[in-house]
Design a protein around this ligand. Structure first.
Ligand code: 13P
Ligand code: SF4
Length: 343
């Protein structure tokens, strides 16, 4: 482990990035906190070069990963696109399993590692490829949109992959009156609302999964926030229930929320989403107040500096991402279709 002057320099670099971010409610990161993590970030950044690795981190991971060691930070769509452009021979994906799996499908010849091991996702784990095959039989001929929060087996049975950033625009471009949407029932219900707002008439039939973080938000939480912070602008992710989304000022994916707050002249924002995004907003908008009451994805938080370092040094079997070849080829078609339709 490095020591001395290097650690002081690294702690100062980290502090310049993390100082506006809450470490816990009511307490921001301090220089002392940065000194604790600096030996790890220094070592990871050194090894990253030595091992020719590139670190992708989702916006829901811990701030010391996003601002300490990541080479690219983003949402599911942005990180898939970034994965398609990586030149290094190893990708370390700080995120959940389906995200790292998607990076591996896009880069079959690269080594893809996930520090947190088989970090799941209640949406991706809600259905198997076989479940989708059976669902398709009930709606013969209907095109299948699958949310990126799904396994490679589910993607292999779908026609087009979508994310929160492009679901409405891609669905609107599909011909035909009926679309199958899997595996997020709340995203599907929100898609119906989004399409109606665009004047697009389509029947959406959907399966029954949900995100254990976003499906918990309630209308009362929105009402209480408005009562407590008059004039607040409230943002919510479309994985939340539609009746709650209807009460909010902005409904959109992770990158959409970042853009909304950056462009707004308002000063106080309520976030009904995962705390990692709140951390990103605190970093990007020091003059604005971000109110957040709950929403933590335990799966994303399985990624730590400690297991990122371990993956770089010598990955364990549970950190190595592999996808069966035939499944990967079929899943790639549906991911490529998303890239094509997002242009
Ligand atoms: P984004 O596509 O908005 O990054 O969402 C991913 C996710 O897992 C949300 O819960
Ligand atoms: Fe899955 Fe929800 Fe976690 Fe996103 S926040 S990774 S949808 S469990």
């Amino acid at each position: 482990m490095p020591s001395g002057g290097n650690i002081e320099w690294e702690s100062a670099r980290l502090f310049s990035q993390l100082k506006n971010i809450s470490l816990r409610p009511g307490a921001k990161w301090t220089l002392g906190d940065c000194r604790v993590v600096a030996p790890y970030t220094l070592e990871i950044n050194r090894l990253k070069k030595e091992k020719d690795a590139f670190i992708l981190a989702h916006s829901y991971t811990n701030p010391e990963i996003m601002y300490g060691v990541a080479d690219a930070v983003g949402d599911s769509y942005g990180l898939s696109l970034a994965a398609s452009k990586v030149k290094q021979k190893t990708i370390i994906f700080a995120g959940v399993w389906f995200m790292a799996e998607t990076a591996k499908i896009i880069n079959p010849s690269k080594t893809v590692l996930i520090p947190g091991g088989r970090a799941g996702c209640t949406l991706a784990d809600s259905m198997t490829g076989e479940d989708l095959v059976n669902f398709k039989k009930k709606h013969p001929g209907a095109p299948v949109l699958c949310y990126i929060n799904s396994s490679a087996e589910v993607k292999a049975q779908a026609d087009i992959c979508v994310t929160s950033a492009n679901v409405a625009s891609i669905a609107a471009k599909i011909s035909g009156d009926k679309i199958i949407f899997a595996p997020d029932m709340l995203m599907a219900q929100n898609l119906i609302v989004m399409l109606r707002a665009q004047g697009v008439k389509k029947e959406i039939v959907y399966t029954g999964g949900s995100c254990c973080v976003h499906d918990k938000y309630t209308a009362d939480e929105v009402k209480n926030m408005r009562a407590k912070y008059p004039g607040i602008k409230i943002l919510i992710h479309p994985e939340a229930p539609p009746d709650v989304c209807a009460l909010c000022d902005y409904v959109g994916g992770t990158e959409g929320m970042l853009k909304y707050v950056a462009a707004s002249k308002d000063k106080t924002f309520g976030l009904l989403t995962e705390i990692g995004l709140v951390n990103r907003l605190e970093h990007d908008n020091p003059g604005k107040t971000i109110i957040w009451e709950r929403g933590t994805c335990a799966y994303m938080k399985k990624n730590t500096l400690f297991n990122t370092l371990a993956a770089l040094k010598e990955p364990s079997a549970r950190q190595i991402v592999d996808v069966e070849e035939k499944t990967a080829r079929a899943a790639l078609k549906c991911i490529d279709k998303m890239f094509e339709m997002s242009k």
